[in-house]
Design a protein around this ligand. Sequence first.
Ligand SMILES: *[C@@H]1O[C@H](CO)[C@@H](O)[C@H](O)[C@H]1NC(C)=O
Ligand SMILES: *[C@@H]1O[C@H](CO)[C@@H](O)[C@H](O)[C@H]1NC(C)=O
Ligand SMILES: *[C@@H]1O[C@H](CO)[C@@H](O)[C@H](O)[C@H]1NC(C)=O
Ligand SMILES: *[C@@H]1O[C@H](CO)[C@@H](O)[C@H](O)[C@H]1NC(C)=O
Ligand SMILES: *[C@@H]1O[C@H](CO)[C@@H](O)[C@H](O)[C@H]1NC(C)=O
Ligand SMILES: *[C@@H]1O[C@H](CO)[C@@H](O)[C@H](O)[C@H]1NC(C)=O
Length: 773
Amino acid sequence: MHFFSAAAFLLILAHSLHVKAGKCPRVCSCDSTKLTVACVGKNLTEVPPTIDEITLKLDLKNNNLQELSRGAFTHTPYLTHLNLQRCNIIKVKEGAFRTLGRVVSLNLAYNKIDILYQESFDGLSSLKELFLDHNRVEEIQPGAFTQLGFLNMLALTNNQLVYIPNMAFQGLNNIKWLRLSYNSLNNLASEAFAGLFTLNRLSLDHNELQFFPTQTMNRLRELTRLDMSHNPMIYLGEESVSMAKLTHLYLDHMSLQDLSDKALSGAPLLSHLGLSHNQLRYLEPLSGPKELSSLNLTGNPIYCNCYMRPLRQWASVKGVKLQGACAGPPHLSDEPLQAVTPLDLRCRSHQEQLKDEFEKDNESAGSITQPTAKPKKKVECPVNCDCDTEAHHATCEGQGHTKVPRGFPTQTQLLDLRSNHFHYLPANGFPGASQVVSLHLELCKIHEIERGAFRGMKKLFYLYLSDNDLTSLEAGAFAGAPELTYLHLEGNRLAQFPGSALTLLPSLFVLHLERNAISKLEPTGLLSSVTPKLRELYLTNNTITSIAKGALDSAFLGTLHLDSNQLTEMPTLSEASNLEELSLSHNSIRWVGPKAFQPVSQSLKRLYMDQMGIEKMSRDALAGLGPGLRALTLRGNQLEELPDLSPLTGLEVVDLQDNPLLCDCPLLPLRRWMENVTLEVIATCGHPPEVRGQKVRDVQVFKSCPESSSPPVEKVVATRPPKVKVKPQRNLSKATGVKAKPAKPKTKLPKPTKTRPQKKPVAPKVTKNKKML
Ligand SMILES: *[C@@H]1O[C@H](CO)[C@@H](O)[C@H](O)[C@H]1NC(C)=O
Ligand SMILES: *[C@@H]1O[C@H](CO)[C@@H](O)[C@H](O)[C@H]1NC(C)=O
Ligand SMILES: *[C@@H]1O[C@H](CO)[C@@H](O)[C@H](O)[C@H]1NC(C)=O
Ligand SMILES: *[C@@H]1O[C@H](CO)[C@@H](O)[C@H](O)[C@H]1NC(C)=O
Ligand SMILES: *[C@@H]1O[C@H](CO)[C@@H](O)[C@H](O)[C@H]1NC(C)=O
Ligand SMILES: *[C@@H]1O[C@H](CO)[C@@H](O)[C@H](O)[C@H]1NC(C)=O
């Protein structure tokens, strides 16, 4: 069959080349080498009958065809691409395309088609993409698509569909993406998408659906992406979404006022959830999705009080990135959700609220009696400063002040004094600032802070002293500001960990000390006694060479950044039993010994060890770490081998690039592991020379390694000589058969065939047994 049609094709080709001059209709332009014909914008009312039979691509857009009759394309049986956009087509008669068995792409967009008849597309047996967007389709008759067994993409966007009946898309056995956006769909029959076993993407945005069509959607077992944005749903109840493979769900721009915490309980693989521009005021932690990485809440009126705390905590623990910002209360409004911490999310007592209301009333009452022409109260505000009483903000940024100005409104909550020239902060430096929550003193050339400078700042929560000239901090520097929770001291010249200054800060939660000159951490700075609640400590870019045993002991510490220092040994973390994130990148620690992370193995989620010059990691270096570890980076080291990564089944991020890995049998467990994980793992061989630069995944050397999965007896089959600068061989669980006889690294590889294991004796039997079951 194939041969004959090919032969016929060649005959016709020869024939057509011969007569090509006469075969191009006058209104068209023809390219006889590419076999394309374009008759664009000619007001044609029918398909020109003299188009060369051999044509592969026919472009008829912008004409006036109105009706496609049966057999309209019998003269061009070799077409692969047919463009009928904007042809004023109202009706496609049954059998119009019957002779077009080779067409892969058919464009009928921007016409006036209103009904898709049964077998409208009869004959298009190779069709891969069908554009029917921007028509007036309001009815799909049963069987309209039954002949399109190879179709991958169907675009029905911008039509007038209101309802999708049962089995409407029957026959689309290879469909991947179905686009139904911009219709008026308000109802989907429960079997509307039955039979679409290959569909992985469905666009239903910009329709009129008022409820999530749970039953209909449950039929789509392979669906990974679903866009439901711009539908007028107000509520998503329990178990609304039950789709085992769904990873991306877009519910943006709807009218959601509530979303049950169990709404997505049947979507275990969901990684991206779009909820932007809805009416959600808060959200509970979502049960169900275990892999959620991004939750978009942009444009919702999220009220950041204690009701949001569970979500925030859950997001931190699960590594879910929250997008969006708080809409209130005022002191948090516009604060990115990702930046607020569970501690920020508080509910005040009813009494406090009443008091606030009352004070506000008093204040506004006062404003009326104030003798001023403006309706807005003329507030006291220091010269060269700007005070906004409604927002309770005051700013004097970059005004050249040499002394802290006095006389801010007493209700001021945010005081921004950055980029002035204070040099020195005296005791009681901020009188009348008892309501200030956030104080900005960045870039103020401050080199000394007198004891008690912040006295009376009972509400101070955030203090920014970044990028000043502090070389030390004396013991009482922060006395009188007991609520201080976030302290920014990065970009100073502190030569020591300011332990004694911190003793008066029982609430300290986050401490930034990046870019200072701290050279060692001493046990006297014991975190657990000084700052029992410290959760995040940033020491990036200091000059730390040593960390005394016990210096980091803190059962509360969750994040520790020690990157860009001068450590030469792994720090001991014996008591940091809640550490979740540790960065050691950009130090020069050459060796990572056994069980280096054992004390934190139950809590550690993210471990960064890039660009450290690590030459060797003990095989047990990561012992104890398991499914809890989400991120591991070892980029840019000198590693030839890696420790066993297979217990790390929860990894979401892994970076092994830029290591000169020795691609030989000892690396087989890594290679196996790479095949096993769904992550994309990039690792490159550095040795032996013949595979240098190749990806571990691509090299063939592993084929000749003995199977580690076969029974132990089989494994003793001799293999190649070791190419390793062999480390003393322990009893490896994966028998690689490497004998501890060092060979020169440069020896040539034996031919893989020699070492291929001879047989897998039991395998066939097993298969049979399985079949019998
Ligand atoms: C296109 O053809 C139709 C009828 O064949 C005619 O009525 C109409 O005026 C033509 N339009 C243009 C722009 O030539
Ligand atoms: C979150 O939603 C907003 C508004 O819809 C959008 O602009 C933004 O790109 C979204 N973010 C992500 C990461 O998708
Ligand atoms: C209300 O304002 C007046 C005048 O400023 C003041 O005397 C009074 O104590 C205020 N009341 C409260 C409850 O703050
Ligand atoms: C460390 O700090 C110095 C001085 O502030 C800066 O020049 C350098 O870029 C920083 N290095 C890193 C890795 O942040
Ligand atoms: C591959 O995955 C399976 C199933 O999760 C597991 O049993 C096996 O140990 C894994 N193999 C490796 C080399 O990680
Ligand atoms: C190796 O295994 C043998 C037998 O299982 C055991 O006696 C020996 O102690 C092991 N050696 C090491 C270094 O673990």
